[in-house]
Design a protein around this ligand. Sequence first.
Ligand code: ZN
Length: 95
Amino acid sequence: MADKSKKRNNMRNKDYDDDFNPKMKKIKKKVCPLCGDKNFVLDFKNADQLKKFINDKGKILPRRTTGACAKHQRDITLAVKRARHIAILPYAAKD
Ligand SMILES: [Zn+2]
C-alpha cells in the first residue's frame, strides 16, 4: 500500500505538465490546419482538400479529430456542405 502512494507521487512530480495525462499515453497537441498554414485557402470546389475533413461515410469529422479551431471548423463545415450541394462530395457514402 505504501509503495503505491509513493509511485503516484513520483508520477506527479516527474515532468508533470498540462499535456501529461497519467491515465493515458501522452496527448499530442493538434494545431489547426488552417491557422498553421497561412497559404492554405479553403475552397468548396476543391474536393481533394475537403476529403481530409470527412470520413469514409461522408460525415464531417469533429474538431477533436481535425484539430481545427472553432472559427475554422465552421468554415470547413460550410465548405463541405457547399461541396455536397454541387455534388462534389457525397451526402452519404456506402461503406
Ligand atoms: Zn484555425
